[in-house]
Design a binder for this molecule. Structure first.
Ligand code: NAD
Length: 259
């Protein structure tokens, strides 16, 4: 994977950051994207670049805005060259019963978790097709495969991500491009930490009991998935060894979806 150019959206923390690190360690130049403290992000980019010897650049594009998703892809190509690998990983969550679910949160979750992937893939495909090589991996979720209460926008968006993955896979396959999704179970990152704190407040249970009862109980392994485990699956799907794997939704979920 040396000298491949990659964009990883939502890579300032959690799964995306682990993926950026993994791709860089395999020789990729990486465009990092997401929100956070600018000085800390700059330090992280410099540290990854020093360790991997590859080029690491950063954009704070807000993927809630289609024009910023397009600008991110243009900036990545401008800084690194034609994009070979696109990992659509940025995600947000909002938890509320459907009859109380705020309309603006529905729009936000659909825009960031689903529509942003449409815009970045649309921008990435022409040059991948021209060069007859490309890897697209979308971070879906176990909630792209099964339902859950109080997460209607997230469940709908993540099911949509898996649908988009299949549609892109069929169109892109004749051009040497694969498109797959990964479906993580529970990974302890800020997106989950917020939900644990919120549930602890609502239920009055200590956070470790919430983690056990709400998030781990459905995973036969009985433990959290690590960001590095998801990153390794994504990196494999981006490798030459995965050339015949396309249109799949790969669970990295400790058995969650075997139920
Ligand atoms: P995280 O909160 O650590 O990371 C989310 C990333 O997305 C951050 O870099 C954040 O800055 C970025 N982001 C959020 N809104 C954005 C926007 N409008 N524009 C650009 N970037 C934005 O969470 P994570 O767990 O690493 O999540 C990564 C992906 O994995 C998400 O798509 C999430 O839905 C999915 N996922 C997570 C879990 C889990 O248990 N943590 C499980 C299944 C799927």
């Amino acid at each position: 994977m040396r000298d491949r150019n990659a964009v990883v959206t939502g890579s300032t923390s959690g799964i995306g950051l682990a993926t950026a690190r993994e791709l860089a360690s395999r020789g990729c130049n990486v465009m990092i994207n997401g929100f956070g403290d600018r000085a800390e992000i700059d330090r992280t980019c410099a540290e990854i670049a020093a360790r991997s010897g590859t080029r690491i650049v950063y954009s704070d594009a807000d993927l809630n805005q289609p024009e910023e998703a397009r600008a991110l892809m243009a900036a990545a190509a401008g800084a690194l060259g034609p994009i070979d690998i696109l990992v659509n990983n940025a995600g947000v969550q909002h938890v509320a019963a459907l009859h109380e679910f705020p309309e603006d949160k529905w729009d936000l979750l659909l825009a960031v978790n689903l529509s942003a992937a449409f815009h970045t893939i649309k921008a990435a495909l022409p040059s991948m097709m021209e060069r007859r090589w490309g890897r697209i991996v979308n971070t879906a979720s176990v909630l792209g495969m099964v339902g859950a209460p109080h997460k209607p926008a997230y469940v709908a968006a993540k099911h949509g991500v898996i649908g988009l993955t299949k549609a892109v896979a069929i169109e892109a396959a004749p051009h040497g491009i694969t498109c797959n999704a990964v479906c993580p179970g529970t990974v302890l990152t800020p997106i989950i930490e917020k939900q644990i704190a919120q549930q602890a407040q609502v239920t009055g249970l200590p956070e470790d009991q919430v983690l056990q009862a709400v998030f781990l109980q459905k995973m036969p392994t009985g433990r959290l998935v690590s960001p590095d485990e998801v990153a390794a699956a994504i990196a494999f799907l981006c490798s030459d060894a995965a050339a015949s794997i396309t249109g799949t939704a790969l669970p990295v979920d400790g058995g969650y979806t075997t139920h």
